[in-house]
Design a protein around this ligand. Sequence first.
Ligand code: RIB
Length: 299
Amino acid sequence: MSILNFGSLNLDYTYRVSHIAAPGETLTSRSLEVRPGGKGLNQSVSLARAGAVVCHAGLIGEDGRILEESCRESGVDTQFIGVSDVRTGNAIIQVDDSGQNCIILFPGANRAVDEQFADRVLESFGSEDHILLQNEISSLPYIIDRAWERGMKIILNPSPMDERLKECDLEKVWLFILNEVEGAQLTGMKEPEEILQEMRRRYPGARIVLTLGADGSMYSGEGKVLRQKIFPAETVDTTGAGDTFSGYFITEYLASGDAASALRRASMASAIAVSRKGAAEAVPEMEEVIRMLRERGSL
Ligand code: RIB
């Protein structure tokens, strides 16, 4: 069994600023760093560092070879990372003094994913495999339908949420991982319990992980609801913390079926990630996550 992560690869241009720029304001940044990112790439790196067998599929431009390299160095299978004529996707990220961020995306090659490329990738995978998707690439509805036909279990992180998701058949999703804002947009509900209830009503066959920022996270599946608190950490940069969470949750959940343990590991991994700069580069290795859980008496 392996995980195919069909997702974005971005060059993240991260500007450190005193505060997030307001409309009409010109703000001078303190620094600029260019790092590997993209929800897809970050989640592949997180899966690999958590110990999963992961293959990343996606497109970069000639200017994005460093992203393929970064995946490979983390142990991700890169055979389905293709090079298109379109330039690599990028993200303009402001990170303020409290570590919060604000992101503008330029999709670039991520939106050059077409049905032909999807078919070529998917023919190597089948009912033993899981597919992980986010909402930063093109052809998502097609990929969901074809993966479903092949019997793959579909894991969806519907982020960033936009109108394009309405074209996807979400009833085919096996596991949702989403935050409370996305949950509210998807269901029209506000409170976490209501969001989960409405998700269960609409997608009765799916398991759901709902992240709640400082309020932790919840899991709904197998007829039970679980809650996990955050592990407090000094916040340096929150970029990619949700991606770290997703990779760690998925890895442990698929390996052991123990959702409580998966929430715990994911929470600790994302607490470590926010205490560091960057997205993919901030994802901890599994040994560190286990050591920290042991130190906090949570293992
Ligand atoms: O989730 C964080 C990621 O969102 C960044 O790495 C950026 O590239 C955007 O895709």
